[in-house]
Design a protein around this ligand. Structure first.
Ligand code: ADP
Length: 168
């Protein structure tokens, strides 16, 4: 298929770090789209645990299982401008619970206001990941808990090194 004919969706977020919930959403999106462009927000006001470079590397490693159908990038500036620059017209977001809804609804409608031709698509992860967030994973890792059911092995190692130094 020609590159410009690809159905492509941009998945923006902080990914600090990437979790099995993110991977689940990406896998579902690949049933609908040819390519997912994971877009790590470089301008975020959040104070991340992992640097942009570390987050990109962990995401790349973790998404290798999708055989080149996921590209990991860093973006700055307005998301809708970035989506256009990637030749896409869709934004992917994960929806876990009602608590995600209000913020996501506001973002999606504001992005539509900024760019009417770009749609936001929400996908729900499998139920075991609905209570999973990068923040809760960092908390478990910090307190010495086992994160192996929730993050890819490379992320588990990186979390352990960050909080406790050395391998798990
Ligand atoms: P952000 O700071 O933009 O919320 P995140 O990296 O926390 O960035 O999340 C990126 C996207 O992935 C968001 O749409 C979020 O709702 C979704 N997401 C995060 N964790 C999960 C999960 N466990 N299951 C499904 N979607 C998730």
């Amino acid at each position: 298929m020609k590159a410009e004919g690809l159905r492509r969706i941009v998945y923006p977020g902080t990914f600090d770090p990437v979790t099995n919930g993110h991977l689940d959403v990406v896998g579902r999106a690949l049933q609908l789209f040819d390519e997912v462009v994971l877009a790590i927000a470089g301008d975020s006001t959040k104070k991340p645990l992992f640097s942009l470079e570390e987050r990109k590397q962990l995401a790349e490693e973790s998404l290798a299982e999708f055989n080149g159908r996921v590209r990991v990038t860093v973006f700055r500036g307005l998301l809708v401008d970035y989506v256009r620059s990637q030749g896409a017209n869709a934004i992917l977001r994960g929806l876990r619970a009602v608590s995600d809804f209000e913020f996501e609804f506001q973002m999606a409608l504001m992005n539509r206001k900024l760019a009417d031709s770009i749609e936001t698509i929400f996908l729900m992860p499998r139920d075991t990941y609905t209570y999973l967030s990068s923040s809760i994973i960092k908390e478990i890792a910090r307190l010495g808990g086992d994160t192996s059911a929730f993050v890819p092995p490379g992320v588990q190692t990186a979390l352990h090194e960050k909080f406790h130094g050395g391998k798990p």
